[in-house]
Design a protein around this ligand. Sequence first.
Ligand code: ATP
Ligand code: MG
Length: 297
Amino acid sequence: MPAERAAEVPPLTVGGVSKVYKSRDRGTVAAVRDVSFTLAPGTAVSLVGASGSGKSTLAKLITGSERPTSGTISFGDANVGRLRAGGLRRLHARVQMVFQDPYSALNPVHTVEYALTRPCQNFLRMTGAQARERVRELLETVGLTPAAQFVEKLPHQLSGGQRQRVLIARALACEPQLMVADEPVSMLDVSLRAGVLTLLADLRRERGLSLLYITHDLLSARVITDEILVLRHGEVVERGQTKRVLQDPQHEYTRQLLAAVPTPGNVTAAGTVPAPNKAAAAASASREHDVTEGRAT
Ligand SMILES: Nc1ncnc2c1ncn2[C@@H]1O[C@H](COP(=O)(O)OP(=O)(O)OP(=O)(O)O)[C@@H](O)[C@H]1O
Ligand SMILES: [Mg+2]
């Protein structure tokens, strides 16, 4: 995103938001309870919690696919919970989501080029030729190079890490201001996770994107985010700067989450890792490539 566009990124404000689901078998479920936070322009926040803590529900509320039972979500001048079809469409040009499952999120009969051309034409009103040019740029951006090797591929011809990169490229296609990434690496092989996380970190830094990163893995939050919100049973039980929360967790639940995560070798006792860099991302992308080519595991 050019610098002048980055300056236009509005804050995301979540104010006293709750979501209650009613289901026949379980009665009412308070999935999200009175959650408030602000995601300042260009910052990255992690939403961390165990399964069922309300992370995806909050993501759906923020992207407008669910409406809050109470409270308000605003992104700039958009009151997200009240948008109708046209407003939601405009929101989705600015707020994009990357999902957990790179295997089901791509249509198996569509090539990479088709998957990426559609949003360029729909959101940016590009001509076919412009969109094809942009698809190549997007593939380069997410480290799928040379792009010509990937445009004609079908999803089953890609590794999980490569598919997730295609999905990130698809989310970037309309030049969003906010990206919501819901457990984007949890279904990937451990060896591919660092590369995708590094890519998100780089994109956020280089494009001035705001990022809401959702994970149950507290330690992965350190790679990309400035702040952590810990969610338990739909409530925020701890929040703070990433480093502080990792080094000095205040809530017992945060300590339990930290204890549950196996510590990778490159994490120091202080919970920090070397800054992500492009060389590492490129190396990781090429390893993913090797997987597809059957040259390495
Ligand atoms: N459409 C729905 N109808 C009824 N209950 C729901 C619905 N969606 C979510 N829930 C319930 O809301 C709670 C929070 O679910 P949510 O999917 O937000 O959790 P999560 O933190 O994303 O979990 P996971 O880490 O497993 O993805 C759970 O108890 C879930 O069963
Ligand atoms: Mg979820």
